[in-house]
Design a protein around this ligand. Structure first.
Ligand code: CP
Ligand code: NVA
Length: 308
């Protein structure tokens, strides 16, 4: 059994196997209904507990459907309505109890430390469904979605525009190292990636360019990605952050400076009219709805990988 907490914890070979499994399973069920089980039902008789400390639409839905398709069942736990490290029961004890009931846990948390603590005390795998530090399931789905449109990601150029210091950009930097693609981050200096991830990138020879000029960041790019300017629980002066990030909006003009067949990606939820215009997110180059769908397929192969 293995935990899935950060992309950097896995080898390139393991990550490639997860993508291939998602691709094959997706292909094999093209004729099936949305919640029908895969023929082999590898999760039959098993269950997943999901804990969400923060809101979620896609992660919640896609894991629930993924588990159904694998032949198992899921239970969603609201930390407010269970004993969850609030003084009446420690996280350690909650982890021990969950170990007795289910086969795998997915946790969305505001504190990456909670994931690590759960990981230590659970005797079953834990999957990171987003933390303040990383969002590995989303980035794996994005690599998969990119490859469906544009072929193998190795050697391609991806541009990340806007907030360069959040969970998504951290996981994207790790993916650039593991899948060997060129990553160009266009962000203001104030919102540049932090030292820890930059050191990891250096050590792992990531082909990473960081520039404060958005036009430079999208030049020769195969894919432009962005994210909310203010993440969930981001304790910042929102008005000031949005003002600083305004020149980094992905609009028609910025898209036109990338390769003509470049795609646009966004993990959603989106701040329409802020980090991206309606014209771009609803336009022909956007693959955002497929990104959301592919969360189901990638969650399935992450679950299988964790349990193998
Ligand atoms: N992209 C993503 O993780 O969406 P949710 O917050 O809706 O789960
Ligand atoms: N960076 C965003 C991602 C949402 C899926 C957030 O943490 O709110």
């Amino acid at each position: 059994m293995r935990n899935f907490i950060n992309i950097s914890d896995c080898s390139s070979k393991e990550l490639r196997a997860i993508i291939d499994e998602a691709k094959n399973r997706k292909q094999r069920r093209l004729e099936l209904n949305k919640s029908a089980s895969d023929e082999d039902k590898p999760f039959e008789g098993k269950s997943m507990a999901m804990i969400f400390e923060k809101p979620s639409t896609r992660t919640r839905m896609s894991f629930d459907i993924a588990v159904k398709q694998l032949g198992g069942s899921s239970i969603i736990l609201n930390p407010e309505s269970i004993h969850y490290g609030k003084g009446d029961e420690t996280l350690k004890d909650t982890a021990k109890v969950l170990t007795e009931y289910v086969d795998i846990v997915m946790l969305r948390t505001s504190s990456h430390k909670n994931l690590e603590e759960f990981g230590i005390h659970l005797k079953i795998p834990v999957i990171n469904g987003l933390s303040d530090m990383s969002h590995p399931c989303q980035i794996m789905s994005d690599v998969f979605t990119f490859e469906e449109s544009k072929g193998v990601i190795t050697g391609k150029t991806i541009s990340w525009i806007g907030d360069g210091n959040n969970n998504m950009s951290n996981s994207l930097i790790e993916a650039a190292g593991k899948f060997n693609f060129n990553l160009k981050i266009g962000c203001p200096k104030k919102y540049s990636p932090d030292k820890k991830i930059l050191n990891w990138a250096k050590k792992n020879k990531v082909n990473l360019t960081i520039t404060a000029k958005p036009l430079e960041a999208v030049k020769n790019s195969d894919c432009i990605m962005t994210d909310k300017w203010v993440s969930m629980n981001d304790k910042v002066n929102k008005k000031q952050k949005k003002k600083i990030l305004k020149p980094y909006q992905v609009n028609k003009k910025l898209m036109s400076k990338a390769n003509p067949d470049a795609i646009f990606m966004h993990c959603l939820p989106v701040g329409r009219g802020e980090e991206v215009t309606d014209e771009v997110i609803d336009g022909k180059q956007s693959v955002v709805w497929r990104q959301a769908l592919n969360r189901v397929h990638i969650q399935k192969s992450i679950i299988i990988w964790c349990l193998s």
